[in-house]
Design a protein around this ligand. Structure first.
Ligand SMILES: Cc1cc2nc3c(=O)[nH]c(=O)nc-3n(C[C@H](O)[C@H](O)[C@H](O)COP(=O)(O)O)c2cc1C
Length: 487
């Protein structure tokens, strides 16, 4: 690192309209400087040409700033920053610098730099920043700075992507929870059908067979409503079906309470079934007295204990249906609340992300368009360029604009340099030169022409009354206006 001495810490005040321009080759050796660079720095053109810009490096500038400068411009991007430069006499001046690479066939062949006067706010903020960079910072302070830098360097694309990911994740989670809920409901309906409705159907068949095919058949036969043959068929069908349905019911999976009750009912079922076998025998013997006894007492003594327990078992199944429905409803409510929570959370996160995206784009876009319009429309336009802490795509656009402006400023400076050199050569040429506009108005004359007209003024005045060549501004700044007049 080059340490230039002496330094006076005296600040040079720059003109508002100043534009300090320089150009280097790809290695950073100066190949062009404009007049303002020479005037402000105090170095001669000969001293500057072929040298590195570190000639004007101020020792207060942190090396990290230049490391960043070179990293940026060598990667082909423009570098924009506030720089404190040292004058030859040790004074300093603050400038808002834009350095941009120049390419030929895609290769970087050099760099151009245009420096404008930095504003007081820019100077104060940058001086504080550079000072903090040179002081050892506490861990918390450096982490906080890194966090702020990181927050401002998140790209707009990443912000848009994060909203998209958030929406996609929420949709996925909601979709999963919806499908999962449907599967759970379906499982629950299937379970209710298999474990409650189908067993209930069997129990109903068993109950109906005892009531209709056994008890009612005895009564109907006694009253002569049906024949013995019909009664026999009823009872036979009942015996065959009762056994089958009861076994099928017993084989199906049941809750503990149902299994316990079924076990208790088995002897009652056997007794009830024996009653059916007894009725079968009574019908076969055609014993009406025995049938009456059977109808009035035997059948109820045998069947009632079983059908009472059967009602208990049926109620157990109803309770099972209610329990399963309750559990399903509780799950549904839980899932519904989770889904609502997810939607609210996703809306809140998307809202924050969207607000942050909007905040990092819209005000800056408005500021940029306002700034560009002001620069395009204002006649006296020395307004400083926009500075932003963000390092995203919008920053790239602004920097590309600054890069273009730097290029145009540089071209303008170079053209003016050539014009001034030409004018200076013409001014001092020994041959008299005058230039006229398209309307034949005199717009320029050099010293030799002026002297010529001065000497011929009296002769010309004889032919053109009123002709005179003014002497008042003879040595004034010679630009383009004619200084001789006449009719
Ligand atoms: C186009 C261009 C313009 C530069 N302008 C300056 C400048 O105004 N002041 C400055 O100190 N360094 C400037 N630099 C950076 C110097 O080349 C150098 O890296 C810096 O002064 C640090 O010097 P050091 O590496 O000897 O410490 C410029 C570089 C380039 C390519």
């Amino acid at each position: 690192m080059k340490i230039n001495m002496p330094i006076t810490q005296r600040e040079q005040t720059l003109k508002d309209s100043i534009s300090i321009v320089s150009k280097t080759d790809a290695k950073g050796m100066i190949t062009y400087v404009n007049r303002e660079f020479i005037e402000v720095s105090g170095f001669t053109e000969e001293e500057l040409m072929g040298s590195n810009h570190n000639m004007v490096r101020h020792p207060d500038m942190p090396p990290a700033a230049y490391a960043d400068l070179w990293d940026t411009v060598q990667s082909g991007k423009p570098w924009i920053g506030i720089v404190k430069n040292r004058c030859k006499n040790g004074d300093h001046y603050w400038v808002d610098v834009c350095i941009t690479p120049m390419r030929e066939g895609g290769e970087i062949v050099g760099y151009i730099s245009v420096r404008k006067k930095a504003t007081r706010e820019q100077i104060e903020a940058t001086a504080a920043l550079y000072e903090s960079m040179s002081i050892e910072q506490s861990f918390a302070a450096s982490m906080l700075r890194k966090f702020h830098d990181y927050r401002h360097s998140i790209s707009i694309q990443a912000k848009i992507l994060s909203i998209f990911v958030m929406v996609a994740l929420t949709s996925l989670m909601l979709g999963y929870s919806g499908v999962h809920g449907i599967v759970q409901s379906n499982n629950s309906i299937e379970s209710i059908y298999k474990h409650q409705i189908l067993p209930l159907e069997k129990l109903k068949i068993i109950n109906d067979l005892y009531i209709n095919n056994i008890a009612a058949t005895g009564q109907k036969l006694q009253r002569g409503i049906i024949t013995s043959a019909q009664a026999t068929a009823n009872v036979e069908q009942a015996i065959a079906t009762l056994d089958k349905e009861w076994k099928a019911y017993g084989a199906a999976p049941h809750s503990e309470a149902e299994q316990k009750l079924t076990g208790e009912m088995q002897p009652l079922f056997d007794t009830a079934l024996e009653a059916a076998v007894l009725l079968q025998k009574i019908i076969a013997t055609d014993d009406l007295d025995r049938l009456m006894t059977f109808n009035t007492s035997d059948v109820y003594k045998a069947i009632d204990p079983f059908t009472q327990k059967l009602t208990e078992l049926i109620n157990l199944h109803y309770a099972g249906v209610a329990d399963e429905y309750g559990a399903t409803e509780a799950k549904y409510l839980q899932q519904r609340n989770v889904a609502i929570g997810l939607i609210v959370l996703a809306l809140a996160i998307c809202g924050v992300l969207g607000w942050n995206l909007n905040r990092s784009i819209m005000p800056r876009l408005r500021e940029i368009s306002r700034d560009l319009l002001t620069k395009a429309q204002e006649i006296d336009n020395d307004q400083p360029d926009l500075q932003s802490r963000y390092r995203d795509e919008l920053t790239d656009v602004v920097e590309a604009y600054r890069s273009l402006k730097t290029r145009l400023d540089f071209d303008h400076s170079e053209t003016m340099n050539r014009v001034n050199r030409l004018k200076s050569a013409l001014d001092h040429a020994s041959v008299a030169v005058t230039l006229s506009s398209e309307d034949n108005l005199l717009i320029y004359m050099n010293h030799a022409a002026e002297t010529l007209f001065q000497s011929m003024a009296s002769v010309i005045a004889q032919h053109h009354a009123g002709f005179k060549c003014r002497e008042d501004d003879r040595y004034a700044n010679r630009t383009v206006s004619g200084r001789c007049s006449g009719s």
